[in-house]
Structure formats: C-alpha cells, structure tokens
Design a protein around this ligand. Structure first.
Ligand SMILES: Cc1ncc(COP(=O)(O)O)c(C=O)c1O
Length: 448
C-alpha cells in the first residue's frame, strides 16, 4: 500500500519563470510597485510568496547536454551567452532578483551587486583601467575611493586628474584636454570619468550634463564608433547620497551609476553592500572581472536588500521631510554659522545644478556650528536621539565630526580646499518624529 509520501502527485517538471511584467493597462508600473514582486516567480519556489534565501555554492544541471550548452555559452562557442545559474561566485537567485530590481530604480538595462560599495567601485575601476591610463574624477570623493585611485591604481601606472565638484564647462574642457595629453604621454588612454555628487561631506553637486557634453566633445561618439584614435570613456557616478530616489544620473548623461547600498537602499544600518547599474555593454566587463575575483553580495544580504527595497521610497521620503523640518529649525539658530543642505543652497550655480538634476534635497547635510572642534564635540556629546556614528541613510539619525573622524588623515591643505572645517558636523536624518529630533538638536546646542 502506498504511504502518504508516495501518494503525492509527482512534482511538475522544471519550467521557465513567468515573464516579468513592467506595465499594466498600457501604463509603466512605478518602481515602488515593482519592488514587491518584480523578477520573482513564486511557482519556482514551492509557491513561497517571498523569495527564499538560496544558500548553495553550486547549481545542478538537468543533464550533461545542458551542462555542455551552458559552458558553450560562457566560452563564446555558442552565440547568445549562457543561461541559468552555475556557481555562486558568479550569481544566485537572490542576487539576480536584487539586480533586476535595482536596475528598475535607475532606469538601467542591467545592474550588478557587490559585497560592499567599495568592492563595487574598485572592481568597476579595475575593469576599465589598463596600465598607463588616466582617470579624471570630481573632488571631493569618498576618502576610500580617493585612496584607491591615488594609492592603489597608481601602482599600475594609472594616474589621475581631479576637478572641483562645481566645475564649469570651460573648466571641464580644460581638465579633459590635459588628461588626453597626459594619457598620450604615458602611452595609455583616458579610461573613465568618475564623479561623486553630491560630494561627501560638503554636499557640492557636479553638473553631470556639462560633464557629459565635455566628454562627447573631447571623445566624439562618431569618431569612437568608427574606431578612431580615441576610445570610449564612460562616465561613472557615485549616487549614494541621493539615490535611488532623489537623483537619476543615467537620465543626465552618466553611463554607470554606483552605490553603497549600505546607506539609503539598505537603510537600517544593518548590512554592507554595493552595486552598479547601466547599459549591459557597460556592465559586461565588470561582471567578467567580478566572476574572476568574486565580490558579489551574499544571498542573505541580498535577501535583506530585497526587503529594504520594498520600503526605500517611504523611508527616503520621510527622511527627506524630516531633514527639511530640522534644517528650517537649525537655519535660524544663534549657535549655528551655516548649513550645507541641498534644500537651502546659496550659490546660484549649485542651485541651477540642483534644479536640473535632483528630485529632492536628501537627508544628509553639513551643520557648521559657531566655534570649532570643542563646540562640535559639546554638541555631539549631548545628543540623545541622534547617535554618534559614521555612515548615513539609516532609519536612525546619525551625527559625526568629519575633520577628526572620517577625514582625519586628509592633509590640512586639502581639507581647507574642500571646506572640511573643524566646526563641521555631518548629520544624516532618519525617520524618527521630526519634533523629537528638533528637541534633541535644540537641547544639544544649549550645551555649546
Ligand atoms: C559616498 C560613498 N561612497 C561609497 C562608500 C563606500 O561604501 P561601503 O562602506 O558600502 O563600502 C561610502 C561609505 O561611506 C560613501 O559614503
């Protein structure tokens, strides 16, 4: 007599996932809708509404011919590339769903995830730079990114030129002309223009459209397509501070957008991860290097990020509203010298860039307290709700003192140039009650 297990119908044969729909009634679905299910078919996971965490290092082929077909695709012996999953250093189901959903936010064709923002940035740069090449970058950059360019890539003969975040078209043309000459003298190419906007911790914005125009003028696309002497020079941008909600750089001429997902996207200060997104042709060399080196985000963190993405719009909206209220209070305070907040820009050129590129003012800003380090420390040591910690973009409010913490090792002359003064406190506003936060800042300022 068959037992209960034998009596169960045999499982249906493996099938392809349902095609993911991106529009309804002729209307494209918004990212906030797509975050709940896009890229995942419950029927492939026993009907589980949410994607399970796939903890496996390798994936079984249906038969030997399928294995052969896969490797023919990988090695280029068969056109169309490889389908399906084979080994977890390359990809896995959680990471694939996450990459599909991240691409949605930036309107990108493809995305890649990494174990940290820095892994994403380092592998991206290594994928595009060869020996004797030149990188042109905006300044300031996140300190570890600047360090990677200046101290690590330089070991392979790669040099750099930087320009201030607010550079005009004329200044951009000049730096690209200089970079071309430098590359020719070194026997390399201008490999990449790398931006960070707004810059950390000053919030200075880069004119992405002007950079794109300057790049197209310096390396005319038609000449590049015809295989002329110049080569493609992608524009990559670190969009950690405003993305994915408040700035969509691919719409303004950037080719590749990079993130520390540790910040707003993860959003709960409980994970470390990174990503890049852009057209597939820009992603492919980076994917190939990631396949070789490793560095993909792990399945558990990818799952946490899928959960985070369901609320990223809500969290960022609330944090943005809170920051506007907090800054309105701080702006007129007698102990406050000024604010580096994108909702209260005083420079008309920066305001123009903000108007053209940004959909919000963010929730991370600089607070300049009257005085110096001692006054800032008194303020920080008396905060009750806000925690004294580096990082940003979490549900909780964080405050730090860049001059003595994240930027301590930056030479004084460069700090002066970048406006990283002793009286600067960086604040990342979270999603607490805005009036509670204002009360906390008010009482901490009384101790200054
Ligand atoms: C603007 C920016 N980019 C990149 C990074 C690096 O990201 P991760 O810490 O996830 O490696 C950070 C981290 O603070 C950052 O603020």
């Amino acid at each position: 007599m068959p037992d209960a297990v034998d009596a169960v119908d045999p499982p249906p044969p493996r099938r392809k996932p349902k095609p993911a729909r991106r529009e309804i009634g002729g209307r494209p679905m918004k990212p906030s809708t797509l975050m709940m299910g896009y890229g995942y078919d419950p029927a492939l996971s026993e009907g589980s509404l949410k994607a399970p965490i796939f903890l496996t290092s390798t994936f079984a082929f249906e038969n030997a011919a399928a294995g052969k077909r896969h490797f023919e695709g990988i090695t280029g012996l068969r056109e169309g590339g490889a389908e399906g999953l084979v080994y977890s250093r390359f990809n896995g189901p959680n990471q694939e769903i996450l990459e599909d959903r991240l691409a949605v936010w930036d309107g990108a064709e493809d995305a890649l995830t990494f174990s940290s923002g820095m892994t994403a940035i380092c592998i991206l740069m290594m994928a595009y730079c060869g020996q004797n090449d030149v990188i042109v970058h905006s300044g300031p950059l996140y300190a570890a990114t600047e360090g990677f360019v200046a101290k690590v890539l330089s070991r392979f003969g790669i040099t750099y030129l930087d320009f201030p975040a607010g550079a005009t078209r004329a200044e951009l043309d000049a730096v690209l002309a200089k970079a071309r000459a430098q590359a020719e003298a070194q026997g390399g190419k201008v490999a990449m223009i790398y931006l960070e906007s707004p810059g950390n911790p000053t919030n200075a914005l880069v004119d992405i459209e002007a950079v794109s125009d300057a790049r197209d003028a310096a390396f005319p696309p038609a000449q590049v397509a015809a295989g002329g002497s110049t080569q493609e020079c992608p524009i990559a941008i670190d969009n950690t501070f405003l993305g994915p909600l408040w700035q969509r750089p691919l719409e303004h001429g950037a080719d590749i957008v990079a993130y520390s997902l540790t910040k707003y996207v993860g959003g709960h200060s409980d994970l470390v991860a990174g990503s890049i997104a852009g057209a597939k042709r820009w992603m492919d060399p980076v994917r190939a290097l990631r396949n070789t080196m490793g560095g993909i985000v792990d399945p558990n963190t990818a799952w946490m990020l899928l959960r985070s993405l369901e609320t990223v719009e809500l969290r960022m909206q609330r944090a943005g509203e809170n920051a506007a209220k907090v800054c309105a209070f701080l702006q007129g305070h007698p102990k406050v010298e000024g604010l580096g907040y994108l909702g209260l820009i005083s420079d008309p050129r920066q305001q123009d860039i903000h108007d053209r590129h940004c959909l919000g003012a963010g929730s991370t800003f600089s607070l300049f307290i009257k005085g110096g380090e001692a006054e800032c420390f008194a303020f920080l040591d008396n905060l009750t709700i806000a925690k004294l910690a580096v990082s940003l973009g979490g549900t909780e409010t964080l405050a730090s003192h860049p001059a003595s913490m994240t930027h301590l090792s930056v030479p004084q002359a460069r700090k002066d140039m970048l406006g990283i003064t002793d009286n600067l406190v960086r604040i990342s506003v979270g999603i607490e009650d805005a009036d509670d936060l204002i009360a906390d800042f008010a009482q901490a300022l009384e101790h200054v």
